[in-house]
Design a protein around this ligand. Structure first.
Ligand code: F0G
Length: 454
């Protein structure tokens, strides 16, 4: 498809600022792009989470929200759609993904527990570590080679997983997880075969298997495009098969729910669901709304199905590829192949003169903002360079800058502009300078840290 499979009904002007203004604002924000005001940003590629545009069907569904505290009709619509897609019996709404994580890991985590995944997202890891448990990543080895093309670089390293499962007791490992697509590993998809084999390993060792499924529709589309045997299946069937191998899932519906907020836990495990509902009531809200307005459940019931529309998915994946190809044309080093929801600049190759401990990704992200008012996010030593008790500096395998594309928000003209801005920063890459942290917190420091140039 050469064009967007929608027309635009509502528009929002975007701020256009000067370089001098942006320099001042960035200094005031202590060189942390999370601390900028969105009014000072021209194109916001910080995240694809909760930043998408809703359809007219979703906006009209909002009005149909039944705001009953208990037993809301909107919940039952939402439950039916989630069950249809995932096949799971229990559907527990939460206000976003990390609320689902906090609830599940409060039950299954704790001191001495070990939770493996292909790659945990930052909030997932933080929620695991916050309970005293440890999070382990076993991404496939090819994922570290950022310029090597492969179909499913998001896969789990099954050998390392099996070694791990073999060398610990079942009591120590409450859960095996899988993130699809693998966000922190570059937005790369996971194959059906890898999901199935991970599930088989988990079963062999008697451990429940959960999918972190916030980009399940994009993952299903990649399976359709790339995995033998799936070209003629529709993405709903593929998604259904993905979930059929798991005992449950944690979802941030701010991504492939095509909504601005929301999440859920869905599972077949009765006892876990019972305990999760108990905790939900204490901190999120009653079991038929979980911290959401009931109208939000309406938008999700529509959005989750729209996300599985193949015309939409084709447009979505093509748009991300459009930006990636423009950058490749300018020789900008990016993680290949191009993933599902974002382009990842390879900061190690982009600015090889800045060592990891001086945050090359953050230096590039700051310069992209100064150059063109485009906000991106560092995924490297700033985001992941610290362990859970905040004591040790770690060296993550990647130094990346993510350009996440909100769903149905920007046109390819906007992305052409982004490519020109990044291209200009790359042309002047020798002038990029290393940075140091002047203030940080114990968990998830990248959200609030202060930095300055060395
Ligand atoms: N899991 C994955 C794979 C995610 O990408 C995110 C959020 C979460 C869990 C947590 O969900 O934000 O609703 O609480 N990712 C966003 C991002 C923030 O920018 O990639 P949440």
């Amino acid at each position: 498809m050469e064009f967007e499979p929608f027309k635009i009904k509502v528009v929002e002007p975007i701020p256009i600022t000067t370089k001098e203004y942006r320099l001042k604002k960035l200094e005031e924000a202590h060189y942390n792009l999370f601390l900028l005001r969105s009014d000072d940003i021209t194109i916001d590629l910080l995240t694809d989470s909760g930043t998408g545009a809703m359809s007219s069907k979703q906006w009209s569904a909002l009005f149909d929200g039944d705001e009953a505290y208990a037993g809301s009709r909107s919940y039952f619509k939402f439950e039916e759609v989630v069950q249809k897609i995932t096949g799971f019996k229990h559907v527990i709404p939460t206000h976003q993904g990390r609320a689902a994580e906090r609830i599940v890991f409060s039950i299954l985590g704790g001191k001495g527990k070990l939770i493996p995944s292909n790659t945990h997202f930052d909030t997932t890891r933080a929620n695991i570590e916050f309970t005293g448990a440890q999070a382990f990543d076993f991404p496939s080895p090819i994922s570290f080679r950022t310029d090597e093309i492969a179909d499913f670089k998001g896969n789990m390293d099954l050998e390392r997983l099996e070694d791990f499962l073999r060398s610990h007791s079942r009591e120590e490992i409450p859960l095996v997880m899988m993130t699809v697509t693998n966000n922190s590993g570059g937005g790369q998809p996971v194959s059906m075969e890898n999901i199935r084999r991970t599930s088989e390993l988990a079963k062999k060792y008697g451990i429940p298997f959960f999918i972190d499924c916030c980009r399940f529709a994009e993952n299903a589309y990649f399976i359709k495009m790339r995995e033998p045997g799936y070209a003629d299946k529709n993405v709903m069937e593929i998604a259904h098969e993905m979930f059929s191998y798991a005992d449950g899932c944690l979802m941030s519906a701010k991504k492939d729910g095509l909504s601005n907020t929301g999440g859920f836990i869905a599972t077949n495990l009765d006892e876990l669901a019972r305990r999760a509902r108990d905790l939900l009531i204490i901190t999120e809200g009653f079991v038929t709304y979980g911290g959401l307005a009931r109208r939000d459940l309406e938008t999700l019931a529509v959005g989750l199905l729209e996300a599985l529309d193949e015309k939409y998915l084709e447009y979505r994946i093509n748009q991300v590829r459009f930006l990636g190809n423009k950058l490749v044309e300018k020789d900008v080093p990016i993680l290949l192949p191009i993933g599902g929801h974002a382009i990842y600049l390879d900061a190690k190759r982009f600015a090889p003169h800045i060592p990891p401990e001086q945050f090359p990704g953050q230096s590039i992200a700051c310069e992209i903002y100064i150059q063109g008012g485009v906000r991106t996010v560092e995924i490297g030593s700033l985001m992941f360079g610290k362990d859970g008790d905040g004591q040790r500096e770690l060296r993550p395998p990647f130094e990346l800058v993510r350009l996440a594309i909100p769903r149905r928000v920007y046109t390819n003209n906007h992305l052409q502009y982004v490519a020109d801005v990044v291209g200009e920063v790359y042309r002047n890459r020798d002038k990029l300078r290393g940075m140091k942290i002047t203030y940080q917190t114990q968990f998830l420091r990248h959200f609030t840290a202060h930095l300055e140039y060395i």
